[in-house]
Write a new protein. Structure first.
Ligand code: GDP
Ligand code: ZN
Length: 463
């Protein structure tokens, strides 16, 4: 027999897997056969009973029953009190690669078990009503978070903060829709519709949606981080600046060594914002090099950047080469003009130095050597990218949710339009229904299986 997909039992490693890494690793099973499979692959000594939500100690045995594959803890969570709402068994193995892989293979060799697809555990949790879609997405974002602030923001979603906001807006629209629909069907039997009040309510909901989208755009900075491209002629101090900023916070996530002695890329966290600093040392102001820019890694860094920091040498002043580099920064890319080596200037001179070069304002003067002006640079970068405003955010929709909230707001605007044109009520309801449906798609209340599949296929396996 071939059971329908939701009745199949799925299994995957739920923890990150790397050779030589990790004290424990977890194999997760979910579905009707989970308990049977757990019982048949794990040998439990003594008087321990398979009781839900109780931890058992034992060994995963190979199929001959003679060899111990790993020493494990097993946890049975009977549905619906489990992550997926189905029977779930977690086998806590030793970390690394071999033991956990062998345990997984052993599990997959059992009848009615197959490998989980990416995001399939979360998908089942949503289908079984254990989580709404925004919560499942937030868990994924929490796992992916690169800063403390991003993690806090994701937790709001995990706790249902997005779901509650959207559901309450959707319910307000449903109330208005039922008022309208009643009039369409039984106008004569009902008191006249207070159209002004209804439109006011739609306007309120629309404003809230637009605000959510606006806030979310600011939250993107925390979620996706910023890419900062350091641009400047050789010897102006790009590497020194990059190294200084990288050392500044201890929350360095990665350090990618470049081909030279210099670090070319570094990921740091400033004020809760994950920032990738890229030294575009490859960009030259010459004509020839200009032609190579298309294939240049440095140029790509500039194209992907959220802000360009153009560094020049204060001790040499502003040169034609600096101007040529400045001209290469794409017009729509925010940029900061940064004068370095301020320590070489007598303090009086720096102070008197005109804040303008070529009619452009120098945003920050600093010294990569002494660190003076470093704070000002960080502040300027965050401000330029709108990251300062992301600090107070509590709720931030992801891109998918933003698109749907924006669609709903537009549909509400069309309803208001229909009202302004004094079109019959069934015209109002068309757009109102569209708005309601878009909000339902955010939380997963109104969503097709195909859309769900697409969303969860972007999750990793084991989630
Ligand atoms: P890059 O080619 O732009 O990456 O420049 P480097 O960071 O390699 O710096 C070039 C030279 O300038 C090195 O000798 C640095 O020590 C020096 N330098 C960099 N920043 C400063 C600074 O703020 N003050 C002074 N006095 N020297 C600096
Ligand atoms: Zn350098």
């Amino acid at each position: 027999s071939s059971p329908i997909p939701h009745q199949q039992t799925i299994a995957a490693v739920a923890t990150a897997v790397a050779p030589g890494q990790g004290g424990i690793a977890v194999v997760r099973l979910s579905g009707p056969a989970a308990e049977v499979v757990g019982r048949s692959v794990v040998s439990i000594p003594g008087q321990q009973l398979w009781v839900s939500h109780r931890v058992l100690y034992g060994h995963v045995m190979d199929e001959s029953g003679k060899e111990r594959i790993d020493e494990v803890l097993v946890l049975l969570m009977k549905g619906p009190r489990s992550f997926t709402g189905e029977d779930v068994v977690e086998i806590h193995c030793h970390g690394g690669l071999m033991a956990v892989q062998r345990v997984l293979e052993r599990v997959l060799a059992q009848p009615h078990v197959r490998r989980a697809l990416p995001g399939e555990f979360s998908q089942r949790a949503v289908l079984n009503g254990r989580l709404d879609l925004t919560q499942a997405e937030a868990i994924s974002e929490l796992v992916a978070a690169r800063s403390r602030r991003a993690a806090q923001l994701a937790m709001t979603g995990v706790d249902g903060g997005i779901q509650r906001r959207i559901t309450s807006l959707r319910e307000r629209l449903l109330d208005q829709l039922s008022e309208l629909e009643a009039r369409v069907d039984f106008e004569e039997d009902l008191p006249p519709l207070d159209a002004a009040e209804l439109l006011l309510e739609l306007q309120c909901v629309r404003r809230e949606l637009e605000q959510l989208v606006e806030d979310a755009k600011r939250g993107d900075v925390l979620r996706q981080g910023l890419q900062v491209a350091l641009v400047g002629r050789p010897n102006v101090g790009k590497s020194s600046l990059l190294n200084r900023l990288s050392r500044r916070e201890r929350a360095i996530v990665t350090d990618l060594p470049g081909t030279t002695r210099d670090v070319l890329e570094s990921e740091i966290v400033l004020e809760g914002v994950p920032i990738t600093l890229v030294d575009t040392a490859g960009i030259r102001a010459t004509k020839d090099a200009l032609e190579q820019l298309g294939i240049d890694r440095s140029h790509q860094a500039l194209a992907a950047a959220d802000v360009a920091v153009l560094v020049f040498d204060l001790s040499l002043g502003w040169t034609a080469d600096d101007a040529a580099l400045l001209a290469q920064i794409p017009d729509d890319l925010p940029r900061l003009l940064v004068g370095n080596k301020a320590d070489l200037q007598p303090a009086s001179m720096t102070a008197s130095l005109s804040n303008e070069v070529d009619g452009k304002t120098v945003d920050v003067m600093l010294s990569a050597l002494t660190g003076q002006g470093e704070e000002a640079l960080i502040e300027a970068v965050l401000k330029t990218c709108g990251a300062s405003e992301a600090q107070g955010l509590v709720v931030a929709l992801n891109q998918r949710q933003q698109d749907l909230a924006a669609t709903a707001a537009i549909a509400l605007a069309r309803t208001q339009e229909a009202a302004a044109q004094k079109l019959p009520w069934d015209f109002w309801t068309i757009d109102l229904r569209q708005a309601i449906s878009s909000l339902g798609e955010i939380t997963g209340e109104e969503i097709t299986e195909a859309v769900l599949d697409r969303i969860f296929s972007r999750f990793c396996i084991g989630k």
